[in-house]
Design a protein around this ligand. Structure first.
Ligand SMILES: C[S@@+](CC[C@H](N)C(=O)[O-])C[C@H]1O[C@@H](n2cnc3c(N)ncnc32)[C@H](O)[C@@H]1O
Length: 364
């Protein structure tokens, strides 16, 4: 293309391409604006006010330095464009900021809050490794996280008790959200028919199992997780929940069904096969009620015409897994099926009832 002879159409395309580059160069600032809103407590402040809040009201209620009050409208503008706040007309003819459903879910005291999830996932411990993706591709290290920290993510978490707590609270946000949607869902309830015992492998602080046993009180559940995660949790647990400190690669406590929520995507194919084999071994009944229940993403394949608006979020999550775990990944149905077969399972059923994620039953 000769730069002195652009047609109007060529010039338009060039400018659009430049816009695309700039948009993606600066996209991380959308995440940082979200982080800033959470750190300044903007969703809770508007909620406490009880009605849409003018910029002045917001500025005087937030913990911000007077010098920087004039910049608040710029922060609110980008957050509004990301659908975190909406503008409403006020009685005095001005406008105020109201919460959207997304920012309701960012209130720290909302029963389904996602605030701690977003805050933890935006910590430098999780965002910094993505700066080292190219070195990881070049030098063959385990992961970008490893390039930066010289150890795996789970090793690092075991050495940092404060981050361990924040990470488990972040997972708890998701577990509360997911289980509250699932426990009243008929097809989810059906999954537990004929099951008396369940083990949640990598079940964190037991939030998922707590909600499940409250909804289905006949179930006896175990939570298997690493020692630093389950330490001290048994004392506070109900009588039908047992915490087991252990390593899923070495063994899984026996049960009618095994739950794997957000587990397989953090591991390589070989590791997933090892985990699934341990789960299969643990299943007491090899009949239809014996099963592994997986709650995870199923990514649409390249040429799948069913790509949805959620697909891009799955691709972003996949990049996070690439930077933290290297060969941990979000998988297509075909990739999951291969894992199930190699681990000796006979059949599976995918139930896409959870928005971005599916419930997958895998039968021995
Ligand atoms: C992404 S979190 C998912 C937690 C929980 N299942 C949920 O969805 O909220 C992965 C969990 O696996 C646990 N984990 C990692 N390696 C493990 C191992 N070798 N054995 C047992 N649990 C492990 C972690 O401690 C963490 O709680």
């Amino acid at each position: 293309m000769d730069s002195s002879t652009f047609t109007n159409e060529e010039a338009k395309e060039l400018l659009e391409a430049q816009n695309n580059i700039w948009k993606h160069t600066f996209y991380y600032l959308k995440s940082m604006a979200l982080k800033c809103a959470l750190q300044l407590d903007i969703p809770d402040t508007i909620h406490k006010h009880g009605k849409p809040m003018s910029l002045n009201e917001l500025a005087t209620s937030l913990p911000i330095h007077p010098n920087n009050i004039p910049s608040l409208d710029r922060l609110m503008r980008i957050l509004e464009s990301s659908n975190f706040f909406s503008k409403k007309l006020l009685e005095d003819g001005g406008y105020g900021f109201d919460l959207t459903l997304s920012s309701q879910l960012l209130r720290k005291k909302h029963p389904l809050t996602q605030a701690q999830f977003a805050l933890t996932l935006l910590e430098q411990m999780l965002t910094d490794p993505s700066h080292h993706l190219a070195s990881w591709f070049q030098n063959g290290a385990e992961s970008s996280f490893h390039v930066l920290n010289g150890m795996s993510f789970w090793e690092q978490v075991s050495h940092d008790s404060k981050f361990n707590q924040r990470f488990n609270e972040a997972m708890e946000c998701d577990s509360r959200f997911v289980t509250s949607l699932l426990v009243n869902n008929k097809s989810f309830k059906g999954i537990f028919e004929g099951i008396e015992t369940l083990v949640d492998v990598g079940g964190g602080n037991g939030t998922t199992v707590k909600a499940i046993t409250e909804a289905y009180p006949w179930l006896k559940c175990s939570v298997l997780d690493l020692p630093h995660v389950v330490q001290g949790l048994q004392e506070k647990a109900s009588s039908n929940v047992k915490f087991v400190a252990g390593d899923m690669f070495e063994g899984v406590p026996p049960a009618d069904a095994v739950l794997l929520k957000w587990m397989l995507h953090g591991w390589s194919d070989n590791d997933c096969i090892k985990i699934l084999k341990q789960c299969r071994e643990a299943i007491l009944s090899k009949n239809k009620e014996g099963k592994v229940i997986i709650i995870d993403f199923v990514v649409e394949s390249e040429n799948d015409e069913m790509k949805s608006k959620e697909t891009n979020t799955k691709y972003l999550f996949d990049m996070l897994l690439m930077s933290i775990f290297g060969d941990g990944k979000e998988r297509t149905e075909h990739q999951l099926k291969n894992l199930f077969q190699q681990a000796g399972f006979s059949d599976y059923k995918i139930n896409p009832i959870l928005g971005l994620r599916s419930i997958i039953e895998v039968y021995p």
